[in-house]
Design a protein around this ligand. Structure first.
Ligand code: ADP
Length: 399
Protein backbone atom coordinates (compact mmCIF):
# COMPACT_ATOMS: atom_id res chain seq x y z
CA UNK A 1 0.00 0.00 0.00
CA UNK A 2 1.47 3.30 -1.09
CA UNK A 3 1.91 6.05 1.51
CA UNK A 4 1.36 9.79 1.34
CA UNK A 5 2.51 11.35 -1.91
CA UNK A 6 3.56 14.86 -2.96
CA UNK A 7 3.38 16.23 -6.50
CA UNK A 8 6.60 18.19 -7.03
CA UNK A 9 6.51 20.94 -9.66
CA UNK A 10 9.45 22.78 -11.15
CA UNK A 11 8.17 25.47 -13.52
CA UNK A 12 10.63 27.22 -15.81
CA UNK A 13 9.91 29.93 -18.35
CA UNK A 14 9.16 27.42 -21.13
CA UNK A 15 9.02 24.11 -19.29
CA UNK A 16 7.36 22.25 -16.43
CA UNK A 17 9.08 19.29 -14.80
CA UNK A 18 7.09 17.21 -12.35
CA UNK A 19 7.33 14.16 -10.17
CA UNK A 20 4.89 12.30 -7.98
CA UNK A 21 6.86 11.09 -4.98
CA UNK A 22 5.96 8.70 -2.17
CA UNK A 23 7.24 10.60 0.85
CA UNK A 24 7.90 7.59 3.08
CA UNK A 25 9.56 5.20 0.67
CA UNK A 26 11.03 7.87 -1.61
CA UNK A 27 9.61 5.97 -4.57
CA UNK A 28 9.01 7.95 -7.73
CA UNK A 29 5.44 7.03 -8.71
CA UNK A 30 5.40 9.08 -11.91
CA UNK A 31 7.42 11.81 -13.56
CA UNK A 32 7.40 13.86 -16.68
CA UNK A 33 8.17 17.09 -18.39
CA UNK A 34 6.50 19.56 -20.63
CA UNK A 35 8.80 21.51 -22.90
CA UNK A 36 8.66 24.33 -25.44
CA UNK A 37 5.67 26.01 -23.82
CA UNK A 38 4.48 28.87 -26.03
CA UNK A 39 6.25 27.58 -29.14
CA UNK A 40 4.57 26.22 -32.25
CA UNK A 41 4.98 22.61 -31.13
CA UNK A 42 5.38 21.73 -27.50
CA UNK A 43 6.19 18.33 -26.08
CA UNK A 44 4.90 16.31 -23.18
CA UNK A 45 6.62 13.17 -21.89
CA UNK A 46 4.97 11.34 -19.00
CA UNK A 47 6.16 8.16 -17.33
CA UNK A 48 3.43 6.67 -15.18
CA UNK A 49 1.96 3.36 -14.11
CA UNK A 50 0.92 2.59 -17.72
CA UNK A 51 4.38 3.23 -19.14
CA UNK A 52 5.73 6.14 -21.14
CA UNK A 53 3.53 8.53 -23.02
CA UNK A 54 4.96 11.16 -25.36
CA UNK A 55 3.02 13.71 -27.30
CA UNK A 56 3.93 16.66 -29.51
CA UNK A 57 1.29 19.34 -29.49
CA UNK A 58 1.00 23.06 -29.05
CA UNK A 59 1.08 24.05 -25.38
CA UNK A 60 0.16 27.70 -25.32
CA UNK A 61 1.06 28.59 -21.74
CA UNK A 62 1.62 27.20 -18.25
CA UNK A 63 -2.09 26.71 -17.75
CA UNK A 64 -2.31 24.51 -20.84
CA UNK A 65 0.84 22.75 -19.67
CA UNK A 66 -0.58 21.86 -16.27
CA UNK A 67 -3.84 20.70 -17.83
CA UNK A 68 -1.83 18.46 -20.17
CA UNK A 69 0.01 17.07 -17.14
CA UNK A 70 -3.27 16.32 -15.33
CA UNK A 71 -4.64 14.65 -18.47
CA UNK A 72 -1.48 12.52 -18.68
CA UNK A 73 -2.03 11.34 -15.09
CA UNK A 74 -5.60 10.39 -16.04
CA UNK A 75 -4.57 8.58 -19.23
CA UNK A 76 -1.34 6.92 -18.14
CA UNK A 77 -1.67 6.78 -14.38
CA UNK A 78 -1.47 6.74 -11.59
CA UNK A 79 -4.87 8.41 -11.19
CA UNK A 80 -4.30 11.27 -8.77
CA UNK A 81 -7.51 10.56 -6.87
CA UNK A 82 -6.32 6.98 -6.28
CA UNK A 83 -3.13 8.03 -4.47
CA UNK A 84 -2.94 9.67 -1.07
CA UNK A 85 -1.87 13.03 -2.52
CA UNK A 86 -1.26 15.38 0.42
CA UNK A 87 0.38 18.43 -1.21
CA UNK A 88 1.91 20.08 -4.22
CA UNK A 89 5.55 21.09 -3.62
CA UNK A 90 6.84 23.96 -5.74
CA UNK A 91 10.54 24.40 -6.40
CA UNK A 92 11.24 28.12 -6.10
CA UNK A 93 14.63 29.47 -7.10
CA UNK A 94 14.91 32.65 -5.05
CA UNK A 95 13.56 33.27 -1.59
CA UNK A 96 15.72 36.34 -0.94
CA UNK A 97 16.35 36.88 2.78
CA UNK A 98 12.67 36.54 3.50
CA UNK A 99 12.32 32.76 3.24
CA UNK A 100 14.64 30.58 5.31
CA UNK A 101 12.18 27.67 5.46
CA UNK A 102 9.57 26.07 3.20
CA UNK A 103 6.21 27.80 3.49
CA UNK A 104 2.57 27.02 2.74
CA UNK A 105 1.48 29.18 -0.19
CA UNK A 106 -1.32 31.70 0.03
CA UNK A 107 -1.88 34.90 -1.96
CA UNK A 108 0.49 36.94 0.23
CA UNK A 109 3.36 34.47 -0.02
CA UNK A 110 2.85 34.19 -3.78
CA UNK A 111 3.00 37.98 -4.08
CA UNK A 112 6.16 38.04 -1.94
CA UNK A 113 7.86 35.54 -4.27
CA UNK A 114 6.78 37.68 -7.21
CA UNK A 115 8.36 40.70 -5.50
CA UNK A 116 11.72 38.90 -5.55
CA UNK A 117 11.69 38.81 -9.36
CA UNK A 118 14.39 41.50 -9.56
CA UNK A 119 16.81 39.08 -7.90
CA UNK A 120 15.94 36.17 -10.19
CA UNK A 121 14.34 37.62 -13.33
CA UNK A 122 14.69 34.40 -15.32
CA UNK A 123 13.29 32.09 -12.67
CA UNK A 124 10.92 33.59 -10.12
CA UNK A 125 8.30 34.90 -12.58
CA UNK A 126 8.04 31.42 -14.14
CA UNK A 127 7.83 29.84 -10.67
CA UNK A 128 5.02 32.25 -9.79
CA UNK A 129 3.15 31.51 -13.02
CA UNK A 130 3.30 27.84 -12.08
CA UNK A 131 2.06 28.49 -8.54
CA UNK A 132 -0.91 30.55 -9.73
CA UNK A 133 -2.03 28.00 -12.29
CA UNK A 134 -1.44 25.00 -10.01
CA UNK A 135 -3.41 26.57 -7.16
CA UNK A 136 -6.30 27.13 -9.58
CA UNK A 137 -6.15 23.64 -11.11
CA UNK A 138 -5.58 21.81 -7.80
CA UNK A 139 -7.47 24.05 -5.37
CA UNK A 140 -8.19 21.46 -2.71
CA UNK A 141 -4.56 20.64 -1.94
CA UNK A 142 -2.11 22.63 0.17
CA UNK A 143 0.69 24.09 -1.96
CA UNK A 144 4.13 24.48 -0.42
CA UNK A 145 7.03 26.58 -1.71
CA UNK A 146 10.51 25.11 -1.21
CA UNK A 147 13.32 27.56 -1.92
CA UNK A 148 16.71 26.84 -3.48
CA UNK A 149 18.21 29.64 -1.40
CA UNK A 150 16.68 28.74 1.99
CA UNK A 151 19.35 26.31 3.20
CA UNK A 152 21.97 29.07 2.89
CA UNK A 153 20.12 31.56 5.06
CA UNK A 154 22.23 30.26 7.96
CA UNK A 155 25.36 31.84 6.43
CA UNK A 156 26.94 34.31 8.86
CA UNK A 157 26.98 37.91 7.71
CA UNK A 158 30.74 37.91 7.13
CA UNK A 159 30.13 35.23 4.48
CA UNK A 160 27.13 36.77 2.76
CA UNK A 161 28.17 40.43 2.80
CA UNK A 162 29.82 41.96 -0.27
CA UNK A 163 32.18 44.83 0.53
CA UNK A 164 30.21 47.33 -1.56
CA UNK A 165 28.27 50.50 -0.73
CA UNK A 166 25.85 49.69 2.10
CA UNK A 167 22.96 51.26 0.24
CA UNK A 168 23.16 48.57 -2.47
CA UNK A 169 22.45 45.95 0.15
CA UNK A 170 19.67 47.81 1.97
CA UNK A 171 17.89 49.10 -1.14
CA UNK A 172 18.55 46.45 -3.76
CA UNK A 173 19.15 43.24 -1.83
CA UNK A 174 22.77 43.03 -2.98
CA UNK A 175 24.33 40.21 -0.91
CA UNK A 176 25.19 36.55 -1.35
CA UNK A 177 22.28 34.09 -1.19
CA UNK A 178 23.52 30.83 -2.69
CA UNK A 179 21.52 28.19 -4.57
CA UNK A 180 21.21 24.38 -4.84
CA UNK A 181 20.17 24.42 -1.18
CA UNK A 182 17.59 21.65 -1.48
CA UNK A 183 20.18 19.35 -3.00
CA UNK A 184 22.82 20.23 -0.39
CA UNK A 185 20.35 19.60 2.45
CA UNK A 186 19.49 16.15 1.07
CA UNK A 187 23.07 15.16 0.33
CA UNK A 188 24.33 16.39 3.71
CA UNK A 189 21.89 14.16 5.56
CA UNK A 190 22.76 11.16 3.41
CA UNK A 191 26.49 11.80 3.90
CA UNK A 192 26.10 12.05 7.68
CA UNK A 193 24.20 8.78 7.65
CA UNK A 194 27.00 7.10 5.70
CA UNK A 195 29.53 8.42 8.22
CA UNK A 196 27.41 7.20 11.12
CA UNK A 197 27.18 10.72 12.56
CA UNK A 198 24.37 13.06 13.42
CA UNK A 199 24.04 15.64 10.64
CA UNK A 200 23.95 18.39 13.27
CA UNK A 201 27.48 17.36 14.27
CA UNK A 202 28.90 16.87 10.79
CA UNK A 203 31.20 19.20 8.84
CA UNK A 204 31.15 18.78 5.08
CA UNK A 205 32.31 20.35 1.86
CA UNK A 206 29.57 19.54 -0.67
CA UNK A 207 30.25 20.02 -4.40
CA UNK A 208 27.03 20.04 -6.44
CA UNK A 209 28.42 19.76 -9.98
CA UNK A 210 25.63 19.73 -12.56
CA UNK A 211 25.24 22.05 -15.50
CA UNK A 212 25.17 24.76 -12.87
CA UNK A 213 27.74 24.08 -10.16
CA UNK A 214 28.37 25.25 -6.63
CA UNK A 215 30.26 24.17 -3.55
CA UNK A 216 29.11 24.66 0.03
CA UNK A 217 30.78 24.60 3.44
CA UNK A 218 28.45 22.83 5.89
CA UNK A 219 29.25 23.20 9.60
CA UNK A 220 27.22 21.09 12.00
CA UNK A 221 24.69 20.47 9.24
CA UNK A 222 24.23 24.17 8.38
CA UNK A 223 25.51 26.17 5.42
CA UNK A 224 28.19 28.66 6.47
CA UNK A 225 29.41 29.58 3.00
CA UNK A 226 28.64 28.74 -0.60
CA UNK A 227 30.18 29.66 -3.93
CA UNK A 228 27.12 31.02 -5.73
CA UNK A 229 26.29 34.57 -4.74
CA UNK A 230 23.50 37.05 -5.37
CA UNK A 231 22.92 35.13 -8.60
CA UNK A 232 24.06 31.66 -9.71
CA UNK A 233 26.90 33.22 -11.76
CA UNK A 234 29.49 33.43 -8.98
CA UNK A 235 31.92 30.73 -7.97
CA UNK A 236 32.90 27.55 -9.80
CA UNK A 237 33.37 27.18 -13.54
CA UNK A 238 30.11 25.73 -14.91
CA UNK A 239 28.71 24.34 -18.15
CA UNK A 240 28.01 27.75 -19.65
CA UNK A 241 28.73 30.17 -16.75
CA UNK A 242 32.12 31.71 -16.06
CA UNK A 243 31.94 31.58 -12.27
CA UNK A 244 34.32 34.05 -10.59
CA UNK A 245 35.72 36.78 -12.83
CA UNK A 246 37.07 40.24 -12.14
CA UNK A 247 33.96 42.41 -11.72
CA UNK A 248 35.78 45.15 -13.66
CA UNK A 249 35.34 43.04 -16.77
CA UNK A 250 31.87 44.36 -17.57
CA UNK A 251 33.04 47.98 -17.64
CA UNK A 252 36.17 47.08 -19.57
CA UNK A 253 34.29 45.23 -22.31
CA UNK A 254 31.80 48.03 -22.48
CA UNK A 255 34.62 50.50 -23.11
CA UNK A 256 36.86 48.51 -25.46
CA UNK A 257 34.34 46.32 -27.31
CA UNK A 258 31.21 48.46 -26.94
CA UNK A 259 29.32 45.53 -25.46
CA UNK A 260 26.23 46.46 -23.50
CA UNK A 261 25.75 45.40 -19.89
CA UNK A 262 23.12 42.88 -21.05
CA UNK A 263 25.45 41.45 -23.68
CA UNK A 264 28.21 40.85 -21.15
CA UNK A 265 25.73 39.46 -18.65
CA UNK A 266 24.28 37.10 -21.26
CA UNK A 267 27.72 35.94 -22.40
CA UNK A 268 28.93 35.28 -18.84
CA UNK A 269 25.82 33.21 -18.13
CA UNK A 270 25.27 31.38 -21.41
CA UNK A 271 28.43 31.48 -23.55
CA UNK A 272 31.17 31.05 -20.97
CA UNK A 273 32.44 28.30 -18.66
CA UNK A 274 33.38 24.94 -20.12
CA UNK A 275 31.44 25.77 -23.29
CA UNK A 276 33.63 28.78 -24.03
CA UNK A 277 36.90 26.93 -23.50
CA UNK A 278 36.05 23.51 -24.95
CA UNK A 279 33.27 24.29 -27.44
CA UNK A 280 30.90 21.92 -25.61
CA UNK A 281 29.24 22.14 -22.22
CA UNK A 282 28.57 18.46 -21.58
CA UNK A 283 31.54 17.08 -19.66
CA UNK A 284 31.31 13.72 -21.44
CA UNK A 285 31.90 15.48 -24.77
CA UNK A 286 34.65 17.62 -23.25
CA UNK A 287 36.51 14.48 -22.16
CA UNK A 288 36.12 12.94 -25.62
CA UNK A 289 37.60 16.05 -27.18
CA UNK A 290 40.44 16.16 -24.68
CA UNK A 291 41.27 12.51 -25.42
CA UNK A 292 41.35 13.39 -29.13
CA UNK A 293 44.03 15.97 -28.33
CA UNK A 294 41.88 19.12 -28.32
CA UNK A 295 43.85 21.66 -26.29
CA UNK A 296 40.81 23.82 -25.52
CA UNK A 297 39.06 20.84 -23.96
CA UNK A 298 42.14 19.99 -21.89
CA UNK A 299 42.36 23.57 -20.70
CA UNK A 300 38.65 23.54 -19.79
CA UNK A 301 39.15 20.49 -17.55
CA UNK A 302 42.24 22.03 -15.94
CA UNK A 303 40.51 25.33 -15.22
CA UNK A 304 37.38 23.56 -13.95
CA UNK A 305 39.31 21.32 -11.55
CA UNK A 306 41.70 24.03 -10.38
CA UNK A 307 38.82 26.33 -9.42
CA UNK A 308 37.22 23.46 -7.55
CA UNK A 309 40.44 22.69 -5.67
CA UNK A 310 40.84 26.35 -4.66
CA UNK A 311 37.35 26.35 -3.16
CA UNK A 312 38.00 23.09 -1.32
CA UNK A 313 41.02 24.78 0.27
CA UNK A 314 39.04 27.90 1.08
CA UNK A 315 36.20 25.97 2.71
CA UNK A 316 38.62 23.74 4.60
CA UNK A 317 39.96 26.95 6.12
CA UNK A 318 36.44 28.24 6.79
CA UNK A 319 35.44 25.00 8.55
CA UNK A 320 38.64 24.09 10.40
CA UNK A 321 37.58 20.45 10.65
CA UNK A 322 36.18 18.54 7.67
CA UNK A 323 34.55 15.12 8.08
CA UNK A 324 33.90 14.55 4.38
CA UNK A 325 34.03 16.04 0.93
CA UNK A 326 30.91 15.08 -0.99
CA UNK A 327 30.39 15.06 -4.76
CA UNK A 328 26.90 15.13 -6.24
CA UNK A 329 24.85 15.94 -9.43
CA UNK A 330 25.67 14.98 -13.04
CA UNK A 331 29.41 15.70 -13.09
CA UNK A 332 29.99 15.03 -9.38
CA UNK A 333 28.29 11.63 -9.47
CA UNK A 334 29.80 10.41 -12.75
CA UNK A 335 33.08 12.11 -13.54
CA UNK A 336 35.95 10.26 -11.87
CA UNK A 337 38.57 12.34 -13.65
CA UNK A 338 37.18 15.62 -12.31
CA UNK A 339 36.91 14.23 -8.76
CA UNK A 340 40.44 12.87 -8.88
CA UNK A 341 42.02 16.00 -10.38
CA UNK A 342 40.17 18.38 -8.08
CA UNK A 343 41.46 16.63 -4.96
CA UNK A 344 44.95 15.71 -6.19
CA UNK A 345 47.84 16.78 -3.99
CA UNK A 346 45.80 17.48 -0.86
CA UNK A 347 47.32 14.66 1.20
CA UNK A 348 48.64 17.12 3.79
CA UNK A 349 45.02 18.08 4.49
CA UNK A 350 44.13 14.44 5.11
CA UNK A 351 42.33 14.24 1.75
CA UNK A 352 42.97 11.33 -0.61
CA UNK A 353 41.09 9.53 -3.38
CA UNK A 354 41.49 5.79 -3.97
CA UNK A 355 41.94 5.44 -7.75
CA UNK A 356 40.12 2.10 -8.02
CA UNK A 357 37.18 3.17 -5.88
CA UNK A 358 36.98 6.43 -7.78
CA UNK A 359 37.01 4.73 -11.19
CA UNK A 360 34.53 1.96 -10.26
CA UNK A 361 31.36 2.04 -12.38
CA UNK A 362 28.85 2.48 -9.61
CA UNK A 363 25.86 4.74 -9.38
CA UNK A 364 25.01 4.41 -5.69
CA UNK A 365 26.19 6.40 -2.69
CA UNK A 366 29.78 5.35 -1.97
CA UNK A 367 33.11 6.28 -0.43
CA UNK A 368 35.99 6.82 -2.84
CA UNK A 369 38.68 7.62 -0.25
CA UNK A 370 41.02 4.94 1.09
CA UNK A 371 40.00 3.45 4.45
CA UNK A 372 41.30 5.33 7.45
CA UNK A 373 41.88 8.80 5.97
CA UNK A 374 41.01 11.84 8.10
CA UNK A 375 38.58 13.21 5.55
CA UNK A 376 36.19 10.83 3.80
CA UNK A 377 35.49 11.50 0.14
CA UNK A 378 31.96 10.48 -0.80
CA UNK A 379 29.82 10.35 -3.92
CA UNK A 380 26.14 10.78 -3.05
CA UNK A 381 23.45 10.89 -5.76
CA UNK A 382 21.18 13.84 -5.13
CA UNK A 383 17.37 13.74 -5.19
CA UNK A 384 15.98 17.25 -5.13
CA UNK A 385 12.41 16.13 -5.82
CA UNK A 386 12.37 13.75 -2.88
CA UNK A 387 13.79 16.47 -0.66
CA UNK A 388 11.12 18.94 -1.82
CA UNK A 389 8.43 16.31 -1.17
CA UNK A 390 9.78 15.60 2.32
CA UNK A 391 10.12 19.27 3.20
CA UNK A 392 6.58 19.96 1.96
CA UNK A 393 5.21 17.08 4.02
CA UNK A 394 7.15 18.23 7.09
CA UNK A 395 5.70 21.76 6.86
CA UNK A 396 2.20 20.33 6.81
CA UNK A 397 2.99 18.13 9.81
CA UNK A 398 4.03 21.22 11.76
CA UNK A 399 0.96 23.20 10.69
P1 ADP B 1 21.31 20.03 -14.06
O1 ADP B 1 22.28 20.97 -13.46
O2 ADP B 1 20.80 20.46 -15.38
O3 ADP B 1 20.27 19.50 -13.10
P2 ADP B 1 22.65 17.46 -13.89
O4 ADP B 1 22.94 17.45 -12.44
O5 ADP B 1 21.80 16.38 -14.44
O6 ADP B 1 22.17 18.82 -14.45
O7 ADP B 1 24.05 17.42 -14.65
C1 ADP B 1 24.10 17.50 -16.04
C2 ADP B 1 25.56 17.46 -16.49
O8 ADP B 1 26.21 16.32 -15.92
C3 ADP B 1 25.74 17.28 -17.98
O9 ADP B 1 25.74 18.52 -18.64
C4 ADP B 1 27.10 16.63 -18.06
O10 ADP B 1 28.09 17.63 -18.18
C5 ADP B 1 27.28 15.94 -16.75
N1 ADP B 1 27.32 14.48 -16.86
C6 ADP B 1 26.29 13.62 -16.92
N2 ADP B 1 26.74 12.35 -17.02
C7 ADP B 1 28.08 12.42 -17.02
C8 ADP B 1 29.14 11.47 -17.10
N3 ADP B 1 28.90 10.16 -17.20
N4 ADP B 1 30.41 11.94 -17.05
C9 ADP B 1 30.66 13.24 -16.94
N5 ADP B 1 29.72 14.19 -16.88
C10 ADP B 1 28.45 13.79 -16.90
Amino acid sequence: MAGAAVLVLNCGSSSIKYQLVDVESGERLAHGQIERIGEETGRLAHTGSAGVKERDERIADHEAGLRAMLAAFEDSGPALDAVDLIAVGHRIVHGGDRFAEPVVLDDDVTAAIDDLADLAPLHNPANVAGIRVARTELPDLPHVAVFDTAFHQTMPRHAYTYAVPRRWATEYGVRRYGFHGTSIAYVSREAARMLGRRVAETNLIVAHLGNGASITAVADGRSIDTSMGMTPLEGLVMGTRSGDVDPALTGHLHRVAELSVDEVDGALNRESGVLALAGANDMREVHRRAEDGDDGARLAIEVYCYRLRKYVGAYYAALGRVDAIVFTAGVGENDAEVRGKALAGLGRLGIAVDPDRNAAQNTGARAISPDGTDVAVLVVPTDEELEIARQAAAVLDEA
